[in-house]
Design a protein around this ligand. Structure first.
Ligand SMILES: NC(=O)C1=CN([C@@H]2O[C@H](COP(=O)(O)OP(=O)(O)OC[C@H]3O[C@@H](n4cnc5c(N)ncnc54)[C@H](OP(=O)(O)O)[C@@H]3O)[C@@H](O)[C@H]2O)C=CC1
Ligand SMILES: O=C(O)C1=N[C@H](C(=O)O)C[C@H](O)C1
Length: 327
């Protein structure tokens, strides 16, 4: 998203600086600059970079690593700091497979308050992305809210109502969603609309949900929790103790769901099955994902979306992925 604002055919330094100062004075956006002196044409090109600076939190976790990769692939700026767990033994993180990946300093909860003011000062276009742990959702959100750091919250779990309320009260720009995969968000949107249009569609139907994820997933699928609410709004019966099957055993995943070995450490298979009271009708919805790229792509779209909202000083500050998709 770099763009050339002007070509100055005059003096290498003075005119370009004048352009720069005048642009800064009249611009409501955060911009940085760099000047390129083209020797052959004796021209100075003033290039303005107008991109967010992305702080990917949760490194060296799986989702945050995938997001970092996509941020770098899409040419956005990376903030070389990341919030990490208190137990993290490493001080630095770097994606080996990407040459231009910077060394990223890992900040534990006990260190982050003393560092963040400097980070906010040095990176005025900062947007945080959070892929951490269900236990950290609310405290991390509070951290972003306290320092007025716009954030994209991909982490599931925690107290979701409190998450929404504290974000609204703090007036911080944010996108919050348990699933950033746009094709899945489209399905969610459709079911949400179905619930609004046909509130009795599945009256007295039984809902049975199966969700399979990597063995170390800390919580129940946040996506399933949201989608279940849409079916309940349409009248379906659902009891979390008897109608939800969570599969975390790699053996079952391989034998029953045929998950390829390389995706046992990262997959998300969901099936929602609705059965009529007399068992004569069965309707199923399914979304099966191998790997994590779909969420990382959606996350970076959410960052760009939020950045545009900030630039336009939108009065609405809290969004979900349906808003990102609609736009
Ligand atoms: N919205 C979406 O589209 C998606 C959401 N998710 C969600 O993202 C979250 C992370 O998933 P995933 O990357 O697979 O999990 P990982 O366990 O691979 O990564 C989480 C990382 O966060 C670290 N961490 C723990 N506590 C903190 C803390 N207080 N502050 C900062 N970092 C911390 C963990 O460290 P340690 O291991 O040492 O505890 C770990 O490195 C989950 O909630 C998951 O459900 C996942 C995929 C898509
Ligand atoms: O932990 C994961 O992997 C995933 N978490 C999200 C959730 O809990 O819904 C999204 C997706 O299922 C992958």
């Amino acid at each position: 998203m770099n763009f050339v604002l002007s070509y100055s055919l005059y003096d290498k330094n003075k005119t370009s600086r004048k352009y720069w100062h005048s642009f800064r004075q009249h611009s409501h956006t955060y911009v940085t600059k760099y000047l390129q002196w083209n020797k052959k044409k004796r021209t100075t090109i003033l290039i303005l970079c107008c991109t967010p600076q992305v702080m990917v939190n949760g490194l060296p976790g799986k989702m945050s690593s995938e997001v970092l990769k996509v941020v770098l692939e899409r040419g956005l700026d990376v903030v070389p700091y990341s919030l990490t767990a208190e137990s993290q033994p490493d001080l630095l993180f770097r994606l080996q497979q990407i040459n231009h990946c910077p060394n990223i300093t890992l900040l534990k909860p006990s260190q982050r308050d003393s560092e963040i003011k400097k980070i906010v000062r040095d990176y005025p276009r900062l947007i945080a992305v959070d892929y951490t742990h269900p236990d950290a959702v609310n405290s991390n959100a509070l951290f972003y809210q306290t320092y007025q750091i716009p954030f994209v919250m991909g982490t599931t779990g925690g107290d979701r109502e409190q998450l929404i309320q504290s974000t609204l009260q703090s007036n911080t720009y944010a996108v919050i969603a348990p699933n950033m995969g746009k094709q899945i968000v489209a399905l969610q949107t459709m079911l949400d609309k179905m619930a609004q249009s046909f509130p009795h569609l599945f009256q007295n139907y039984r809902l049975q949900v199966t969700e399979s994820h990597q063995q170390n997933k800390a919580d129940t699928s946040g996506t399933a929790k949201e989608i279940i609410q849409s079916f309940i709004k349409m009248g379906a019966h659902f009891d979390v103790n008897t109608n939800l099957r969570m599969i975390r055993s790699p053996k079952e995943q391989q034998e029953e769901l045929k998950i390829p070995t390389e995706y046992l450490s990262g997959h998300a298979f969901h099936t929602y099955r609705l059965t009529s009271p007399d068992n004569s009708v069965e309707i199923a919805f399914q979304h099966n994902v191998l790997g994590r790229n779909i969420y990382a792509q959606g996350t970076v779209d959410a960052v760009v979306f939020l950045w545009n909202k900030i630039q336009h000083k939108e009065s609405k500050k809290l969004y979900n992925m349906m808003d990102v998709l609609m736009e």
